[in-house]
Design a protein around this ligand. Structure first.
Ligand SMILES: C[S@@+](CC[C@H](N)C(=O)[O-])C[C@H]1O[C@@H](n2cnc3c(N)ncnc32)[C@H](O)[C@@H]1O
Length: 448
């Protein structure tokens, strides 16, 4: 099915496609589109399940308008900013016949990414530096599509531009993403800043109309400001190839064509009745330069250009802003220093107090330590005396034990002798004869 929006854009578009007015051309164009259309970029993105890609939703239809015509070609794509590598995979799927899809990233980690498609390669380097392009050129030195999705810092975008635009093929497109950064101070931008990336692309759009302000031999160009500001070379010969500068939210698309294809062309008229202004018929088939008298003042060649005056004024404003910011910052720093000093003083007083308290505690502990040491010395003396006494007592005890043992042995001997003698008496005849007498005596004794 033919995409109506694409057809509409062709009707009013400037990419050389046939117009609606010509029925045959439209039919041919429809056939060609049907044949070359493999699916919408948005659908490729939605179906993607590999490495992560990070884009904004509104980019896809804008990209579709300039990328679709390359879909079935052996296209060469360069993207600044690889990160996880997802967008490289999506380009590879969307352009199945792609010759090269090269990603350039400053982060060496991107060099470790592995891709199934062998037409994808990654070059590590800063896209604003010329050396990086030597490595890119070694793989491929001209591209149909170049996308800048790198740092988004205004300086990087503008510095990379001449390198990439030089490598863009005639008929190719350059796309710069995430240009909302152009309004962020931290990214070198700001609504009023004349050196922002958006200001650069605004200025670049003047080159679409180059023939109306440029004269052969004219050296002062509207890009001089950016050349001086960022140390670049933006020669007129290169920028004469700017055919179209298209902007949508946060994106700028620049199409490159041969300078001769960027001309307004002759004035054309159709019809026969010019009832109100017949004089215009004299301008039939003349060029803009031929039919409009351009003055030196229009071209603003001599002296300072209006551009430069405007930029210098901008710089004065910016300098004044910076001056007032500086004063505010200085006042803030002074306040912070006062606060800081107060905190330091309070901390120092608290530390002094703690030091004093600790000194008192240490003196007390020293005193306690001395007392303990004296008590310990006394205890040592007592222990030594007691040990002597104990040794003496043990000697006495041992001696007494020896003498007691001797006495015990002697008494045992006596007991045994006495026992023997008693047993001898009891066994004697006289003991047995006198036994009744002893019993009588005992019973008498009991009855008394
Ligand atoms: C937004 S991410 C790229 C996302 C990727 N194109 C995608 O669609 O998923 C930006 C990348 O630019 C890289 N980058 C930052 N500054 C750069 C520079 N000066 N040159 C090349 N790459 C840069 C960062 O390392 C980061 O990986």
């Amino acid at each position: 099915m033919v995409d109506k929006r694409a057809a509409q854009s062709h009707r009013v578009g400037s990419n050389g496609s046939p117009s609606y007015e010509n029925g045959l051309s439209l039919r041919l164009w429809c056939v060609e589109q049907k044949d070359s259309f493999l699916g919408r970029l948005r659908e490729f993105f939605d179906a993607h399940d590999g490495k992560v890609s990070d884009k904004w939703r509104s980019y896809w239809p804008a990209y579709e308008t300039v990328m679709r015509r390359f879909q079935k070609r052996a296209v060469r794509v360069l993207e600044i900013g690889v990160q996880n590598g997802g967008s490289l995979e999506i380009w590879s799927k969307y352009f199945p016949k792609a010759h090269h899809i090269i990603g350039c990233d400053i982060d060496p980690a991107c060099g470790t990414l592995e891709f199934d498609a062998d037409n994808i390669s990654v070059v590590i380097g800063d896209a604003a530096e010329p050396e990086t392009y030597e490595r890119i050129d070694a793989i491929c030195d001209s591209f149909d599509i170049i996308i800048d999705d790198g740092s988004h810092h205004c300086e990087h975008i503008i510095s990379a531009f001449p390198h990439v635009f030089e490598r863009l093929k005639v008929g190719g497109v350059y796309i710069c993403e995430d240009l909302h950064s152009s309004y962020f101070d931290a990214m070198g931008g700001g609504l009023e800043r004349p050196d922002s990336a958006w200001a650069f692309f605004r200025r670049l759009s003047d080159y679409v109309n180059l023939e109306h302000w440029h004269q052969p031999g004219q050296h002062e160009t509207p890009m001089r400001f950016f050349e001086e500001r960022y140390g670049l070379s933006l020669p007129i010969e290169m920028l004469a190839h700017v055919h179209e500068v298209r902007v949508v939210n946060s994106v700028c698309i620049v199409e490159k064509r041969a300078p001769e294809d960027n001309l307004l062309g002759p004035r054309e008229m159709r019809g026969q009745v010019a009832a109100v202004n017949g004089a215009i018929l004299e301008n039939q088939d003349v060029t803009a330069r031929e039919c409009v008298q351009i003055t030196e003042a229009d071209l603003r060649l001599p002296g300072k250009s209006i551009e430069r005056v405007a930029h210098e004024t901008h710089w004065e404003d910016i300098a004044a802003d910076h001056q007032s910011n500086l004063l505010a910052l200085r006042a803030e720093i002074e306040q912070m220093e006062i606060q800081h000093q107060k905190i330091l003083d309070a901390n120092a007083a608290a530390h002094q107090e703690t030091l004093r308290e600790n000194a008192v505690k240490i003196a007390q502990l020293d005193e306690d330590l001395e007392g303990c040491q004296a008590a310990l010395a006394h205890a040592d003396q007592v222990r030594e005396a007691l040990e002597c006494e104990l040794a003496e007592a043990q000697t006495t005890l041992e001696r007494s034990q020896i003498s007691q043992a001797a006495k015990l042995e002697h008494l045992e001997t006596v007991r045994r002798d006495t026992q023997a003698r008693l047993e001898a008496v009891q066994a004697s005849l006289s003991w047995r004869v006198t036994t009744p007498l002893r019993r009588l005596a005992n019973s008498l004794g009991r009855s008394r």
